[in-house]
Write a protein that binds this ligand. Sequence first.
Ligand code: PNS
Length: 160
Amino acid sequence: MSKIAIYPGSFDPITNGHVDVIRRAACLFDKVIVAVLSNVDKQNMFTVSERLALIKASTADIPRLEYDSFDGLLVDYAAQKKVTAIVRGLRVVSDFDYEFQMAMTNRQIAPQLETVFLMTDAKYSFLSSSLVRQLAQFHGTINQFVPGVVAQALEKKFRG
Ligand code: PNS
C-alpha cells in the first residue's frame, strides 16, 4: 500500500522553512499532498491560487508532490484523499502546545490518521509567514527567508 501524506497549512506565503519540511516529507512518503487551507474567514495576503502557484514554483525540484486546496475539516479532507498521515513542521518548543491540541483533536475524530511531526532545520526555527509578511510590508530584506519567486511576489505586493 502506498503511503500518502498531507502537508496542510495556510502557506501565506510559503517560506524556506516550509520547503525544508516538504523536502523531508518527500523522502519519507510515496506521495505528499501539499494542501492550502482555503479559509474564507481568514484575511490572507495571497489568494489560494497565488499561494498554490508560489508553492509549486518553490518546490518544482522535489519529487512525488501533489498540490491542492481544501476547506472544512482536515480529517474529512484526509479521508477523501485516503491518506495515512498528516505532516506538520515543528520549529521550537512553543509550537508544541498548538500542534499537540490539533493532533489530539484530529485523533479523537479520526483515530486511524497519524500526525507526523518533522523538525525544521535549526536555521529556520524562528521563521514564520507572518514575520516575512511584516518584513516585506516595511521593505525589510526577505531574500534569505523565502524562495526567490516569493520574494518577488511580496515585493510586487508592497511596491510603491
Ligand atoms: O499553517 P497553519 O495556519 O498553521 O495551518 C493550520 C491548519 C490548516 C493545519 C489548521 O488550521 C487546519 O487543519 N484547519 C482545517 C480545519 C480543521 O480541521 N480544524 C480542526 C483542527 S483540530
